[in-house]
Design a protein around this ligand. Structure first.
Ligand code: NAI
Ligand code: 15L
Length: 266
């Protein structure tokens, strides 16, 4: 059964703009939120609320009368620690505290492959592999997954943490031939994550049915996620690109260039 009201954070972002439309079947009302301005509500099925995730009281109000949260808001690339701290680390604490106080029982967390970004592309891992964050950004997602685990064990709030690979209109380079997640597959994975009865805290890799993958989703089989798309349809275009230099992290690590972002000097 669809939810009455779903909250989508990060609604002004690349994925948020897509999900604004594609999550529509999952709820009667979708409440859209971001720190950035958004297009006004289109009808009675939309609500638009600008909100800074680092503002605890504002996030509490944002979550009023919400039945499930899709948490996609935050800093989505490597940045100085202080920026990540406010948006991602304080932000996810505020989301879970608001969920607890409002009795919201299900969260879908946009985690990232950068939680395991320091694995080599020659290594295949499942959700039980020790995390190897590749950045402050990856660390904040790792912390978010721990927050999800804690709020399930302590308060029974269930979460699916989706370690999204690369979700864009198409793969942009050879690395993304492995990490690509189509918008259609992302939408279906969010649906499975919202409607599967018992998920506890489930970690799933967000990837399409790509040929050469580094991640194994057997530990999330209960979600029944079956990707429909594959990066293979873009193979010819990507093959036309020059190969990576032997020392280019894009051809070595799961996280690609994130492994060498920074340091940020004051
Ligand atoms: P994006 O950067 O386009 O969107 C993130 C949104 O969060 C932006 O609209 C931004 O204004 C908002 N935001 C930032 N700080 C905020 C704050 N303090 N309060 C409220 N809102 C704030 O990123 P994208 O690609 O749409 O990603 C969405 C989510 O999925 C992010 O959490 C990202 O980390 C995650 N993700 C995305 C991947 C992808 O391939 N697109 C891969 C892995 C994870
Ligand atoms: C992410 O986590 C980022 O949000 C996104 O912009 C891409 O860099 C993606 O990972 C990726 O690894 O391709």
């Amino acid at each position: 059964t669809p939810f009455n009201r779903i909250l989508l954070t990060g609604a002004a972002g690349g994925l948020g703009k897509v999900l604004r439309e594609s999550l529509r079947p999952y709820a009667s009302i979708i409440r859209l939120s971001d720190i950035a301005p958004m297009a006004p509500a289109e009808g009675s099925h939309e609500e638009v609320v600008q909100c800074d995730l680092s503002d605890k009281a504002a996030v509490h109000t944002l979550c009023e009368d919400v039945d499930a949260i899709c948490h996609f808001g935050g800093v989505s690339v490597e940045r100085p620690f202080e920026e990540i701290l406010e948006a991602n680390i304080r932000g996810i604490f505020h989301i879970y505290e608001a969920a607890r106080r409002h009795g919201i029982k299900r969260v879908i967390f946009a985690s990232s492959n950068h939680v395991v970004g320091f694995y080599k592309q020659t290594e295949k891992i499942d959700a039980s592999a020790p995390r190897r964050p590749d950045s402050y950004y990856g660390l904040s997602k790792s912390y978010g997954e721990d927050m999800a685990s804690f709020y399930f064990d302590r308060y029974g709030i269930e979460t699916v943490s989706i370690r999204i690979g690369s979700s864009f209109p198409e793969p942009q380079n050879l690395r993304m031939m492995s990490t690509y997640l189509s918008y259609r597959d992302l939408t279906n994975l969010i649906g499975r994550s919202l409607f599967t009865p018992e998920v506890g805290h489930t970690v799933v890799y967000g990837m399409s049915n790509n040929r050469d993958v580094w991640w194994d989703n057997h530990m999330a089989a209960h979600l029944g996620y079956e990707p429909q798309d594959s990066s293979e349809e873009f193979r010819a275009k990507i093959d036309a690109q020059p190969p990576y230099a032997p020392n280019d992290p894009a051809g070595i690590y799961h996280g690609g260039a994130f492994v060498e972002a920074g340091p940020f000097e004051d």
